[in-house]
Structures are given as C-alpha cells and as structure tokens.
Design a protein around this ligand. Structure first.
Ligand SMILES: NC(=O)c1ccc[n+]([C@@H]2O[C@H](COP(=O)([O-])OP(=O)(O)OC[C@H]3O[C@@H](n4cnc5c(N)ncnc54)[C@H](OP(=O)(O)O)[C@@H]3O)[C@@H](O)[C@H]2O)c1
Length: 309
C-alpha cells in the first residue's frame, strides 16, 4: 500500500482532510509532512503546499490538487516533474452556479442600487429589463464556466462565452482565442471570470478589458485574485465606468482587514466561498487516481503542463 502525504499551509484543512480520508478511504495510508512515513509517499494531496515540501519526497509520482485550480501549487517550486491532477466535482458546479446566479440578479434586478438607496431612505424604482436584454459574458468555458453559461442561457439571458479552444453550448454565443476577445467583451452588461490563473490570464480584468464593456457594466470574479488589476478596478469604479464588482477571490487570502477593497463603494467581498469540493469527493478522487496510478491506468482530471491548467 502506498502512502499519500497531505501538504498545506492550512492546518485546519489538513485536519479535516485527515479525518475525511480516515472515514471515506480507511484502507489508504495517509500522513502529514512531519510523519516518518511521509518520505515513502508516492502521492501528495496539496492545497498551497509549503515551499520545499514536494522536493523532499524522493518517491513522489503524482501531485494531486485538492481543488479545481492548480495555481496554488506554485507556492512550492521544488515540485519534481510528475503528473498533476485536480478535483472536478459536480457539487463545485452547483455551488458556483448558485453564486453566479445571485450575482447576476444582483445587477440585472438592480439590488446593488436599491441596497445603496436603502441606506439613504430613498424609494426609487428602476426600469425593469428582461433577461434577454441583459448581456452576460462568461470567460472560461471549462467545468464551471460551461455549467454557468448554460444555466444563464436557460434563464433567458443574452449569454456569450469565451475560451481558448472552440466550444459549443446551446443558447450561448461562443468564441475563442485572443483575436475574438474584444468582440466577446463588446458592450457586455456583466462580465464573469471563470478562467484558470495562468501567464496568459494574469491581470486580464484590467482597464483595457473594462473599456470594452457597456458603460456602467459590472464584473464577477470567481477565478483568482491575480486576474484583477486592483488599481484599474478602483479607477473604473470611481469614474463610474463600472457600477460594481462581486469579488470572491483575492491575491492574499484572507483579504487583510486593512485592504481598501473592503470599503470600496460598489464592491461586494465574499470569502472565497463560491464553491468548494466536498471532502468526501476530494478523498474519492484522490483515492481513485492513486489506484489508477498504481495500476498503470489513465489518470482522471489530468492538468496539461504546457497550458498550466
Ligand atoms: N471561487 C471559488 O470558490 C472557486 C472554486 C473552484 C474554482 N475556482 C476557479 O475557477 C477556475 C475555473 O475552474 P474550471 O474547473 O472551470 O477550469 P477548467 O475546467 O480548467 O476550465 C478553464 C476554462 O478556461 C479557458 N481558458 C484557459 N486559458 C484561457 C485563455 N488564455 N484564453 C481563453 N480561455 C482560456 C479554458 O479554455 P479551453 O476550453 O479551450 O480549455 C476552459 O474553457 C479555476 O481555475 C479556479 O481558479 C474558483
């Protein structure tokens, strides 16, 4: 029986995962980094692994993210060149879809405006727009973005989707590649980011992008904090170019208490809560890929190292 080592800077998560492995995969040998048997590990299950921790595992054959994203693995540059897998959970899709539905209604039905009005005891109704006249764009049409785009299309929104390679989704105007980006953005009322964080997508939510949207558009960031250039966002909100931003992810989490985003008018801050894979699902997927690795079978949800996601 091989050993799976759990690596994270988040000690609370480590305890939760240990418990989940004991409950849902009791036959597996699971260790924390400081246990002597960790040196035997062929699989590392990771969330923000401490620097140098992967490089200390001489028998390592698989790095498994315990989340949908893999960008957090960059906290440990010592990782040897072994396959990397991630967790793809249907409940992830449900959680993110619920979160985005709420954010879309927040702007489409003017809850942002009436919330601000309430603080001024102001009774003011805004003209209602049918969903079909509210243009929503989803950047990233992978496991999460495709579910969201389809959900919004079925709710009647005018939905566009953008990805790296060509995709087709019923009711969604799909485009792909850098050359179609401006056309995708053109006069959107709401831009939703569900891209992975890679060199190509870093800082994609910037002034140049905002300038292509409809005046007074809004953004929702469910991807990663580093997708947003905060100074550009602040300027766009102050000038009224953007009416608001729903932000679930931040470069440094937890968002420091003194960070200006907390108090920035028009910004909704949520604590990276849009969706999380259930612990039993993480355990099942890591256990299944471990079994596959040992049996020489193809691994599930393998990351393409050339693309970084
Ligand atoms: N806030 C939260 O709670 C939370 C929870 C889970 C995940 N997330 C974030 O959500 C992200 C998306 O997750 P996922 O599972 O849907 O990822 P995924 O399945 O890997 O899909 C990524 C999508 O982005 C597209 N893409 C990647 N690079 C691109 C580029 N340079 N230009 C245009 N499109 C590009 C891909 O295009 P192709 O279709 O051509 O490959 C694909 O459609 C994660 O990476 C993570 O950052 C956040």
């Amino acid at each position: 029986m091989t050993t799976i080592v759990l690596l994270s800077r988040d000690t609370v998560l480590l305890g939760q995962l240990q418990k989940a492995f004991a409950e849902h995969a009791p036959a597996l040998k699971v260790a924390l980094a400081d246990a002597p048997e960790a040196a035997e590990a062929e699989v590392a299950a990771c969330w923000y692994p401490p620097a140098g921790s992967l490089g200390r595992l001489p028998r390592l054959r698989l790095v498994h993210s315990v989340a949908a994203g893999v960008d957090h693995l960059s906290t440990d540059p010592s990782a040897p060149l072994v396959p990397v897998c991630r967790v793809v959970d249907p409940d992830h899709r449900r959680g993110m879809t619920e979160y985005v539905r709420w954010a879309v209604l927040h702007y489409h039905r003017d809850f942002d405006r009436v919330n601000a009005q309430q603080r001024q005891n102001l009774w003011l109704r805004h003209p209602q727009r049918p969903a079909s006249q509210f243009k929503v764009g989803v950047m990233g049409l992978g496991s999460l973005g495709s579910a969201i785009a389809a959900d919004l299309a079925s709710a009647g929104y005018d939905v566009r989707g953008w990805s790296r390679s060509a995709r087709q989704l019923p009711g969604v105007a799909c485009s792909h590649g850098d050359s179609s980006f401006n056309q995708f953005l053109d006069r959107l009322d709401l831009l939703i980011n569900l891209l992975p964080l890679t060199e190509a997508t870093h800082g994609i939510l910037c002034q140049k992008t905002f300038s292509k949207l409809a005046p007074g558009a809004a953004i929702v960031n469910g991807g990663r904090g580093q997708h947003v250039l905060i100074d550009d966002l602040q300027q766009a909100l102050t000038s009224g170019q953007l009416r608001g931003a729903v932000l679930d992810v931040f470069e440094h989490e937890p968002l420091p208490a003194e960070h200006p985003l907390w108090q920035m008018p028009g910004v909704v801050v949520t604590p990276h809560m849009a969706s999380a894979a259930a612990h039993d699902c993480i355990v099942r997927q890591v256990a299944d890929n471990t079994r596959r690795l040992l049996a020489g079978e193809a691994l599930n949800n393998l990351v393409d190292p050339s693309q970084g996601y």
